[in-house]
Design a protein around this ligand. Structure first.
Ligand code: GRF
Length: 191
């Protein structure tokens, strides 16, 4: 099975959910590695509990984005990683990683793209009183949330929901669709 690395910056609920799905035999890939760019990312705790190898690669200890990404690539190659799933990784993927992995990096975004690209999409959907938002899994290219869509679902926003309730709905939906979207890719292509 394809060896996958997950990249995260914070909470890591999508990471944990993917690993649990894998452990239940519901993911057609093998998550073997977590990379974080924040020392205190809670995703690290989750990895420990789940028995998944995890490392923190500190962007601040490199002179450039290129050097940082070279270190990432070397760690990925050492472990024979063929595919990257971003899950709350708050960093734009640069040329060095794209050159090695373009077409093999995906991201999950909490909106119905191309609506609400970028940060704080759930909050922006809530504040703009949108009728719907959604969740999108897409390939990563050099833009921000611009790559080809793999799978997306709409979420109709109940006007009675608080922001917290909307966030809960979105995360719940993310946990359903990320494994599904990955399986769609792995069904079609061998990496
Ligand atoms: C998710 O909403 C994801 O769509 C976005 O960042 C958030 C990460 O959540 N890219 P978590 O760290 O997986 O809990």
């Amino acid at each position: 099975m394809v060896k996958i690395a997950v990249f995260a910056s914070g909470n890591g609920s999508n990471f944990e959910n993917l690993v649990l799905k894998m452990k239940d035999g519901l993911l057609k890939g093998d998550i073997v590695f977590l990379i974080v760019d924040k020392k205190n990312a809670f995703a690290l705790e989750r990895a420990k509990k789940l028995g998944i190898e995890a490392i923190f690669i500190d962007p601040k200890s490199f002179s450039s984005k290129e050097e940082h990404e070279k270190e990432i690539v070397s760690n990925l190659k050492e472990r024979d990683i063929k595919f990257i799933a971003l899950a709350g990784y708050m960093r734009i993927i640069g040329e060095t990683l794209l050159k090695e992995y373009e077409g093999r990096i995906v991201n999950i975004h909490p909106s119905y793209l191309p609506e609400l690209k970028g940060k704080d999409s759930i909050k922006r959907a809530f504040e703009a009183k949108k009728d719907f938002t959604g969740v999108t899994v897409h390939f990563v290219d050099s833009g921000v949330d611009t790559g080809k869509v793999i799978y997306q679902e709409k979420i109709v926003i109940d006007k009675k929901w608080s922001l917290e309730e909307l966030e809960e709905e979105v995360h719940e939906r993310e946990h359903k669709i990320y494994p599904k979207a990955l399986n769609l890719i792995f069904d079609k292509e061998n990496f």
